[in-house]
Design a protein around this ligand. Sequence first.
Ligand code: L3W
Length: 421
Amino acid sequence: MSEYLILRHRAIPGLERLPVYLEHQGFAAFKKAVTELQPAQIIQMVKDSGLRGRGGAGFPTGLKWSFLPNDLWPHYVVANADESEPGTFKDREIMESNPFQFLEGLMIASYAVQARVAYIYIRGEYWHIAKWLDQKIAELEQAGLLGENLFGTDYSLRLYTHLGAGAYICGEETALLESLEGKIGQPRLRPPFPATAGLYNRPTVVNNVETLANVPLIVLHGPAWYHNYGTDKSPGTKVFSLSGCVNRPGNYELPFGVTFRELIFEHGGGVPEGRTLKAVMTAGASSVLIPMDESVLDTPMDYESLNKFGGSLGSASVIVLDDSVNMAWLTYKTVNFFKHESCGKCTPCREGTYWMNRLAERIARGQGEAREVELLYQVARQMQGKCLCALGEFSTLAVVSSIDRFRADYEAVVTKEPVYG
Ligand code: L3W
């Protein structure tokens, strides 16, 4: 696709600089919102556009904004810039190269729910981006686009960046809010959802960076225009982070509904050295393994079509696996990550990821018995549906799907003789 909605900096050199962004209709949408539109009108526009959350769940953005009660104040907006899913590197490019479009989206969201303070919660390893965004925020304040009484109205807005400290769990929205409040980053029980009881127990919108970057264009061009891209139920484009066994890894902005074949072969240049495509993960480590063959390659990638594989598009971090990869090894890599990142608050995840890691490691190292594969499977199955948040649940997906779908890979590595007698 030559037309970019989100990675517009690839077509417009210098877009990360305010004068260039302003030359390309920058902040026209925010000005229009604050001076011409009622908050409810903006929420309706975003609802009509069909924009869905890009962090992974695909929840309708306008609907989320509409949940904030009007009898409890203040309202907050928090941008989730804690991008930590293995294989996900799209928000980084947006913030580094098209920062003003993201900030403008955050500002429009804030106006739409009448928040006067918004936070950008950004992963600690992106400290240089936090500093960069602080500079951009200062430029906006100097230019009179951010601060008190914007465009002569009584609407005022302040933006703040806040660095995380290296914990994957803080990308989960309620753990993020705990961390932002200065507490240990552990998830809260939901409901209540942040929309009613979020930051400091006040109504809060939490949106992913990419989600917010869509908003200025929707306000500027209207919801009908947005439906020119993507599918009926998943309109717009998606930035796919493509990695793994592929010739041209990187971020690819493509309309929803693009097929695996187009993404991996046309854009990504196929798998290296003539090897065979074996499986794909679509939501980073939080994915089921989707076995790949000719019949699967033409599946459209959107929020609906992957359900038939027991999977979801997630954050569209597409990890390509070829026939050089043993799935027992891959499973060990994923559960090792989740064991390290489990926050320890709920028992099924704390204990389950620990035991899955021990078993998966033995198996991957060729020290496991066949019955330990069954035990690994049972541990994962027993965790499902019992964890406090998505992290525990997702830690089981590669385990269960790899044993169900790639059992031969386990048979190739387990010892033939019992190890423990
Ligand atoms: C008010 C209700 N709000 C749901 C809100 C909720 C949240 C959103 C989605 O994300 C995803 C997973 C992986 N009243 C509500 C309501 N909401 N019902 O809607 O909620 P939910 O629970 O469906 O998902 P979630 O737990 O927020 C989990 C994806 O994350 N994942 C991780 C991605 C990591 C990154 C990254 O590193 N950048 O994105 C893995 O793919 O797909 O679906 O806001 O409050 N009744």
